[in-house]
Design a binder for this molecule. Structure first.
Ligand SMILES: NC(=O)c1ccc[n+]([C@@H]2O[C@H](COP(=O)([O-])OP(=O)(O)OC[C@H]3O[C@@H](n4cnc5c(N)ncnc54)[C@H](O)[C@@H]3O)[C@@H](O)[C@H]2O)c1
Length: 355
C-alpha cells in the first residue's frame, strides 16, 4: 500500500529553551510521523528558508519551500500538519482544503477569531477533509482514567466540571476542551464571565487574559466553572475537577498526585494509579498523531475533530464577549471577532506593557 504523503507548514526553529515566542512544534509532529510506517514526510515549508532547511536536514525531508501554497500544489500531500501561530491557521487550513488534501492536523488554538474557527470547520466539512486540532492532552492517562471512572459511575451523575489554567485562550483551549471530553462532547448553552487584563500578555502573538471567572451551562445541564486568579492562588487547586452526585474526581493536583478521587460523605482522598502518566505526557503528541492517522485510514471520527474543538472555542470567545457585553451570552455565539483583541484595539482595555 502507498504511504501517506505528509507535509509540514511552519517548521519553526529548534531552541534549547522553547518559550511563548517559539516551541518549534513541527519537530514534535515530525517525531510522531516518523514512528508511523504508514507515513512518509515528503516536504516542509517555512517563510524563513533557513528554518525549513534545518528542519529538512534534521528530519530527513527531501523538499523545502518558502511558499506553502506552492508546496501544496507541487507535492500533493495526503496529510498536512500546520504548526504556525494561530492568526494564520485559517488561511492555511482553507488553502489545504482547496488543494485536495485528505487530512489536516493543525496546532491549537483553532484561530485568533471565532469567525475564523467556524470558517475552518465549515470548509473542511464541505471539502470532506478530516480536520483535527492538537489537543493532545485528551490522550493523557490521568484524563483518560478520570473519564473512565466517571463513565463507570464512580462519582454518580456528573453535576459540575471545573478547571484552572493560566488563561482562557492559549492554555484554556486544552483544559476547556478536556471538559468537553468528560461531558460527552456536548456544546454549551450560554456563558457568563469576567476577565482581568491589566498587564499585556501575548502568547504566540495573541492577547490572553490575566485572570478570569467563567460559568457555563452545557446542553445536558452540567455546569462548567473556569477560574484563574494568578500564580500564587489556587481557587480550584487542580487542572480538572469532576463533581458528581456521589463524589469528586480531581486531575493534576500536583506532579506527585496526577489523579485522585473522594466519595460522597467521605473525608479521605484516594490517590489513584495513573499508569505513570502526568498531565503533560509522556508521548502525548505521538499518541495523538497516531490516532489522527489511524482515523483517516479507518474512516473513523477522531476525538480531536474540529467539531469537538469548536465547543471549547465557543466558550473561550463567548467568555470574552460576555466580558465585553457585561452580560450573559447565549449560544450560538453571534460574533465573528476576538472580543479581547477588539477591546484592546478600541482602547476599552489598556493593559500595561508586560514582562
Ligand atoms: N499542542 C501544544 O501543546 C502546543 C505547545 C506549544 C505551541 N503550540 C502551538 O503551536 C503553534 C506553533 O507554535 P510554535 O511555537 O511551534 O511556533 P514557532 O514560532 O516555533 O514556529 C512557527 C513557524 O512558522 C513559520 N511561519 C510563519 N508564517 C509562515 C507562513 N506564511 N508560511 C510558512 N511558515 C510560516 C515561522 O517562520 C516559524 O518558523 C501555535 O499555534 C501554538 O499555540 C501548541
Amino acid at each position: 500500500m502507498d504511504k501517506l504523503r505528509v507535509a509540514i507548514i511552519g517548521t519553526g526553529k529548534k531552541k534549547e529553551r522553547p518559550d511563548q515566542f517559539g516551541f518549534a512544534m513541527a519537530y514534535r509532529h515530525a517525531d510522531a510521523y516518523r514512528l508511523l510506517d504508514a507515513c512518509e514526510m515528503v516536504a516542509c515549508a517555512d517563510i524563513v528558508a533557513e528554518n525549513a532547511r534545518a528542519f529538512a536536514d534534521t528530519c530527513d525531508v527531501a523538499h523545502t519551500y518558502s511558499d506553502y501554497r506552492e508546496m501544496l500544489e507541487r507535492e500533493k500531500p495526503d496529510i498536512v500538519s500546520i504548526c504556525t501561530w494561530p492568526h494564520i491557521h485559517e488561511p492555511m487550513v482553507l488553502d489545504a482544503c482547496r488543494a485536495g488534501v485528505k487530512a489536516i492536523h493543525c496546532e491549537k488554538p483553532m484561530s485568533d477569531t471565532w469567525g475564523g474557527a467556524k470558517r475552518m470547520a465549515a470548509a473542511a466539512k464541505e471539502a470532506g477533509v478530516q480536520l483535527t486540532f492538537n489537543h493532545q492532552r485528551r490522550y493523557g492517562m490521568p484524563f483518560v482514567l478520570a473519564k473512565k471512572l466517571l463513565d463507570e459511575g464512580a462519582v454518580g451523575e456528573l453535576v459540575r466540571l471545573e478547571c484552572e489554567c493560566r488563561n482562557l485562550y492559549d492554555t484554556g483551549t486544552h483544559f476547556i476542551d478536556m471538559l468537553s471530553l468528560f461531558n460527552g462532547e456536548r456544546p454549551a448553552k450560554w456563558v457568563l464571565a469576567q476577565i482581568d487584563y491589566r498587564t499585556e500578555d501575548r502568547v504566540f502573538g495573541i492577547h490572553c487574559d490575566n485572570n478570569h471567572v467563567v460559568l457555563t451551562e452545557y446542553e445536558n445541564g452540567v455546569f462548567g466553572l473556569m477560574l484563574y486568579a494568578g500564580r500564587d492562588k489556587a481557587p480550584v487547586g487542580c487542572v480538572s475537577r469532576l463533581i458528581g452526585t456521589d463524589g469528586v474526581i480531581e486531575v493534576g493536583m500536583s506532579a506527585e498526585v496526577p489523579l485522585r478521587c473522594r466519595l460522597a460523605g467521605g473525608k479521605e482522598w484516594r490517590a489513584l494509579d495513573a499508569g505513570g502518566g502526568g498531565i503533560h505526557g509522556p508521548n502525548l503528541i505521538n499518541i495523538a498523531i497516531a490516532d489522527v492517522v489511524a482515523c483517516l485510514q479507518e474512516g473513523r471520527r477522531c476525538q480531536l475533530d474540529a467539531s469537538n474543538a469548536l465547543i471549547a472555542t465557543e466558550i473561550i470567545f463567548g467568555a470574552y464577549e460576555s466580558s465585553r457585553r457585561r452580560a450573559r451570552v447565549d449560544f450560538p455565539l453571534d460574533i465573528e471577532d476576538n472580543p479581547l483583541m477588539a477591546m484592546v484595539a478600541s482602547g476599552d482595555l489598556r493593559p500595561a506593557p508586560g514582562g
